[in-house]
Design a protein around this ligand. Structure first.
Ligand SMILES: Nc1ncnc2c1ncn2[C@@H]1O[C@H](COP(=O)(O)OP(=O)(O)O)[C@@H](O)[C@H]1O
Ligand SMILES: [Mg+2]
Length: 266
């Protein structure tokens, strides 16, 4: 069944377009996109994941074979291919994805010459967002044009922060980019939540980092804290979200709890 078949007859929904963003690599963006989307899907929310990182980790994390793809997000933003036809199903019945491949790596440069270089993603997302409860954008680890596109397409941001030394390093720069986009292009952009990831309860460092980030962000920080959990790092190599790979694991429980918190926050 294609996305076009599925969408017929759906009520129009007020959707949240959320960019999962942090220009630091390895902080848990893709892990959070995969597992939050899967848990929202289990909660009967209709979700569109947009993989916007050339590494394509949310695409492969959902077990999608990149070699077999006919179209990806590059075709949508640079070749004018209709996003409706680039959306494919995942193993979660309510979760769909616009996949990414390494093709996206050159987009950063190719976008420069386009007049709408900062808003191509927004235009694509606007065509389909009403069909979904949530659109989650997995951002690349940089503050380049792809990330600016995500900041302009989104209504709000989830910022994953890893519980380690220098956790807040770079966050000021990220907030600066957010403010710049707010001033010029997207005045209603807000932070949906700050998500602490890879928490290790055996170390005092993790606790200190959480306290420090809480002082900085206050209630914006999600109550749910994602523990360091080996099942979360193993699941992508099986092409499954953790709720399918290891349902009864600390990682799985954390993302289930996060999904509930996201739904409660609106
Ligand atoms: N809570 C966690 N516990 C254990 N490993 C994790 C956790 N979150 C992420 N990882 C692992 O850490 C690495 C970086 O995570 P990833 O989500 O790819 O970060 P990003 O998308 O920000 O670069 C991956 O190998 C991932 O499997
Ligand atoms: Mg990633």
């Amino acid at each position: 069944m294609s996305y076009r078949d599925v969408k017929r007859g759906l009520p129009q929904r007020e959707s949240k377009v959320i960019a999962v963003i942090n220009q630091k690599g390895g902080v848990g963006k893709s892990t959070s996109v995969i597992n939050l989307s899967a848990c929202l899907g289990e909660n009967k929310k209709k979700v569109l994941v947009i993989d916007f990182d050339p590494q394509g980790n949310s695409t492969s994390g959902y077990g999608i074979e990149k070699d077999e793809l006919e179209h990806d997000v590059y075709d949508v933003i640079l070749d004018g291919f209709p996003i409706e036809d680039a959306i494919i199903e995942t193993c979660e019945p309510n979760v769909f994805i616009v996949p990414a491949t390494i093709q996206l790596a050159t987009a950063e440069i190719e976008l420069v010459s386009l007049e709408k270089r900062e808003s191509v993603l927004k235009e694509a997302v606007n065509r389909v967002k009403d069909e979904f409860d949530y659109v989650l954008i997995d951002c690349p680890p940089s503050l380049g044009l792809l990330t600016i596109n995500a900041l302009i397409a989104a209504n709000s941001l989830i910022i994953p922060i890893q519980c380690e030394y220098y956790a807040l390093e770079g966050v000021a720069k990220l907030l600066e980019s957010m403010e710049m986009v707010k001033r010029h292009k997207n005045p209603n952009l807000e932070i949906f939540g700050v998500l602490m990831t890879m928490y290790d309860s055996r170390t005092t460092l993790s606790k200190q980092v959480v306290d420090e980030v809480r002082r900085y962000f206050g209630k914006t920080m999600f109550k749910t804290i994602v523990p360091r959990n080996v099942k979360l790092s193993e699941a992508p190599s099986h092409g499954l979200p953790v709720i399918k790979y290891a349902r009864v694991s600390k990682g799985s429980l954390a993302y289930m709890k996060l999904a509930k918190e996201v739904v409660t926050r609106g």
